[in-house]
Design a protein around this ligand. Structure first.
Ligand code: ADE
Ligand code: ZN
Length: 331
C-alpha cells in the first residue's frame, strides 16, 4: 500500500458508507433494505453519470439514523484513511440529505463531530468539518440550514456546494456564501465536474470560493486555466471518481497530467471511496501505475494538498516535513 502522507480535502462522509456497514446499520436500526444481499447491492455500483450515482448514494443513506451511526461511519473512514497515509482530512457532510429524511441536524452533526474530536488522538489524523449544501434543492433551504448550524454553534470550518451540477449554477447561492463569509467560514464548491467552465468562473467570482472541488472541465477554457494557475486556486481532483462517473473514459484519459503541466494547483482525493473503488492510496497507486508518476511527482501532489488545507501553519509545516521525509525515503 502506498503510504504517502497527505491531506484529503475532498471527501463526502456519506460516500464512505461501505456495503457491509450498510447491512450492519440496517440490521441495527430494523430497516428492510431493497437488496437481497451484499452481492445484489454491489451489482448496483455501475454508474453512467453523476445522477446515477447520486440516486444510490442518497438511497443508501437511509440506514444512518442515530448519532452512533454517524460516529461509526466517521470512525471507520478515519481508520481507513489513516492506513492510506492521510494525516489531515477535511470532511464534507450533507445535512439536508438527512433533514429531508427526518433526521435532526444535531444527530448528524454531533455524531460526525464526536468521532472527529477523537481523531488526532486515536488515528493521528487532524480534521475539519464542512457543511455541504445540495445545489439541486432551493437556496433558501440552504440558507436556513446554515443559520441553524450557526445558531447551534456547530463545529464547522466551512461550507461547500455539491449534488447534481448541470442546471444548478453557483450563481443561485450567492446569499448563502455571503452569509458564510460574514460568519468567518471557509468557502469551497464543486464546479467543473460535469458542469461547464462558466460554473468555475461563477464559483470564484460570485461565491468567492477558496478551493474548487473537481474543476477538471477548466481545461476547456484557456483564460480560466490562466486565472486558476496565476492565483494557484486549489483544485481537489478525484481521479477514480471521474472514471466511475464517466467524466473520463479510463484513467489513462484523465486530465491530471495535463493540469499539472499547465501549472495548476492540483491534489488527489477519493470523493466517495466506498462507491468509486478506492481510498486516497488507491487513487495515488493507480495514478502512479497509469502515468508512471515519480516519487517527486507524488510528493508534489501531496504537498499541494497540505498547502491547500485549512490548517494552522505549524501543522502545515509538520506535514510538509513528513512528505519530504517520505520523498527522501523513496531513494
Ligand atoms: N462527486 C460528487 N459530485 C457532486 N455531489 C456529490 N455528492 C457526493 N459526491 C458528489
Ligand atoms: Zn465530491
Amino acid at each position: 500500500m502506498l503510504q504517502l502522507p497527505s491531506a484529503e480535502l475532498h471527501l463526502h462522509i456519506e460516500g464512505t458508507l461501505e456495503p457491509e456497514l450498510i447491512f450492519e446499520l440496517a440490521e441495527r436500526n430494523g430497516i428492510a433494505l431493497p437488496y437481497a444481499d451484499l452481492a445484489d447491492l454491489r451489482d448496483r455500483y455501475e454508474f453512467t453519470d453523476l445522477q446515477s450515482f447520486l440516486d444510490l448514494y442518497y438511497s443508501n443513506m437511509d440506514v444512518l439514523r442515530t448519532e452512533a451511526d454517524f460516529a461509526d461511519i466517521t470512525r471507520a473512514y478515519l481508520r481507513r484513511a489513516a492506513a492510506a497515509g492521510v494525516r489531515h482530512a477535511e470532511i464534507m457532510m450533507d445535512p439536508q440529505a438527512h433533514l429531508v429524511r427526518g433526521v435532526a441536524l444535531e444527530t448528524c452533526v454531533n455524531g460526525v463531530a464526536s468521532a472527529l474530536a477523537g481523531s488526532e488522538a486515536e488515528f493521528g489524523v487532524s480534521t475539519g468539518l464542512i457543511a455541504a449544501f445540495l445545489r439541486d434543492r432551493p437556496a433558501g433551504e440552504a440558507l436556513q440550514v446554515l443559520e441553524e448550524l450557526l445558531a447551534m454553534d456547530a463545529p464547522i470550518i466551512g461550507i461547500g456546494l455539491d449534488s447534481a451540477e448541470v442546471g444548478h449554477p453557483p450563481s443561485g447561492f450567492v446569499a448563502v456564501y455571503e452569509r458564510a463569509r460574514a460568519a468567518g467560514l471557509r468557502r469551497i464548491a464543486h464546479a467543473g465536474e460535469e458542469g461547464p467552465p462558466e460554473y468555475v468562473w461563477e464559483a470564484l467570482d460570485l461565491l468567492g470560493v477558496e478551493r474548487i472541488d473537481h474543476g477538471i472541465r477548466c481545461l476547456e477554457d484557456d483564460a480560466l486555466v490562466e486565472r486558476l494557475a496565476a492565483e494557484q486556486v486549489p483544485l481537489t481532483v478525484c481521479p477514480l471518481s471521474n472514471v466511475r462517473l464517466r467524466a473520463v473514459d479510463t484513467l489513462k484519459d484523465h486530465p491530471l497530467p495535463a493540469m499539472l503541466a499547465r501549472g495548476l494547483n492540483v491534489c488527489v482525493n477519493s470523493d466517495d471511496p466506498a462507491y468509486f473503488g478506492g481510498y486516497v492510496d488507491d487513487n495515488f497507486g493507480q495514478l502512479r501505475e497509469t502515468f508512471g508518476l515519480s516519487a517527486d511527482e507524488l510528493a508534489t501532489l501531496a504537498a499541494n494538498s497540505v498547502r491547500s488545507a485549512f490548517v494552522a501553519q505549524q501543522r502545515r509545516e509538520a506535514l510538509l516535513g513528513e512528505i519530504e521525509d517520505w520523498r527522501l525515503a523513496q531513494g
